[in-house]
Every structure is written in C-alpha cells, then in structure tokens.
Design a protein around this ligand. Sequence first.
Ligand SMILES: [Zn+2]
Length: 260
Amino acid sequence: MNGATIELPLYYTKLGPFRDGFSTAVPVITYHKLGPRPSGVRLKGLYLSERLFGEQLAEWRAEGFSPGTPGEVGLVPGNPNSRVAITFDDGFENVLRHGLEPLRRHQFTALQYLVADRLGKTNEWEQHYGEAPERLMDEAQVREWLAAGHAIGSHTLSHPHLTRIHIDQIRAEIGDSRKKLEDRFGVPVKHFCYPYGDWNRLTRDIAAEAGYETACTTVPGFNAPGEDRFALKRLTARYASRTWTNFLRPLRRLFRGRRG
Ligand SMILES: [Zn+2]
C-alpha cells in the first residue's frame, strides 16, 4: 500500500487516531504494568490503571474487535477478522492482579512475554536504571494466567541487551528460554520479544532458527503482509498526557531556573 504517511501519536491510549490503522493490519499492542504505581516510579506512563485498561478493551469490543495473536499478524492484507493482539512484556505480577478481571469481562485473551530465569523474582534489569522494584509472576501465577485462557511467550532468560552479548549467550537467551518455558508449563511457546527492543540481523536470525513463529520489537507501527515476522512492530500503550507532562517538566524547570 502506498498511502500518505499518517501522523500517529507515539503511544496508544485510545482507538481514535489508530482506527484507520486497525483496519489495515492486525495491531499488536504492548503493555507492561497495570494498577497503582508504587512510590518512586520513574516511567509512570507504563503503569495503566485497571480502569483505563478496561476502557481500552471495552472500546475494542464495542467496535467489533476480538482477540488475536502475533501469529496472525501480516498473513493476509487488512484485518478481515478484526483482531487485536494484546501483549505484555516482562511477566509482572500486577498484570495478573489487575488484568485478569478486565480481560475476562471483555472476553479478551493476551500473551505474556516471560523472562524465563526470573519467575517469582523482580525486575532487576530495570532497577539497575533506578526503576522501582516490581514482582514478576512465579510459576503458580503463570499457571493461573494460562488456566484463565491466556498465552505465554519468551522474553529471554535474563532480559539482557541481546546485541551486546556473545553469540553463545544470544543462542541460550533466545533458544533455551523457549525450551525452559515449554518444559515447565507444557504449552507451546511460539512467540518471542526482544528485551529493550534491542535486535539486529544476528539476533533476528537466531530467533528464527530457534523455532519461534514471530519475534516482536518495540518499533511503533502496523505490519503489512510480507513484513519480517521476526521484526514485528507494535504499539505501546501508555498514558499519553502524563508522558507529555513528564517530557515538559524538565524543560519548565530549566526555564524557571534560567529566570531565577
Ligand atoms: Zn522487557
């Protein structure tokens, strides 16, 4: 398709500006955390309230959308079955606590990308950057997630920057995580997601060889037919206005500082 470039918001909050895009391709939405933010959180916009999450699901339902998976993305032109693929990165416990009920109420299913060696632990990789600690689902909670009809994918063993580690480690992080999750939970793990959206030709090829059907990046956008299935684009759900405020705050402070 050769249409004019559409200016889209950087993050998904409401369907409005994305409606046209949703009819041209199966969208893949990225979520991270749900529910109240603990104190000291840096990336506040990545915590969606249970209420906003429910409103997004309700809006999709009202407009005739139903749950899809990354495996359906880009197979045929358009979005003939009106699917939305809902994905969560990292496997946070707060998604189980605040996401299961809205998903059940609006009859949507979602995919959680798990960090295979961090189940029941915390988001250490984010804490290195000063982010507030959050618990990750343990084995029993992942089983609860699966029992509710949802799916799991792999987000590596330990959430590294894949392009900064040795090729043997890349293979282990991508391939072994899939095997580990399949062995532990007895379900197929078909979908992979690059931590930090950090990928290149090598990591892409290793994900393809490891037996996945798809691998997702954090590149924003919709996937046309023929798109590389190991470099799928997604739309990150976030509080747009809060993000904007956060963006402006340091500038305002700077100007105040200059004046004072
Ligand atoms: Zn992640």
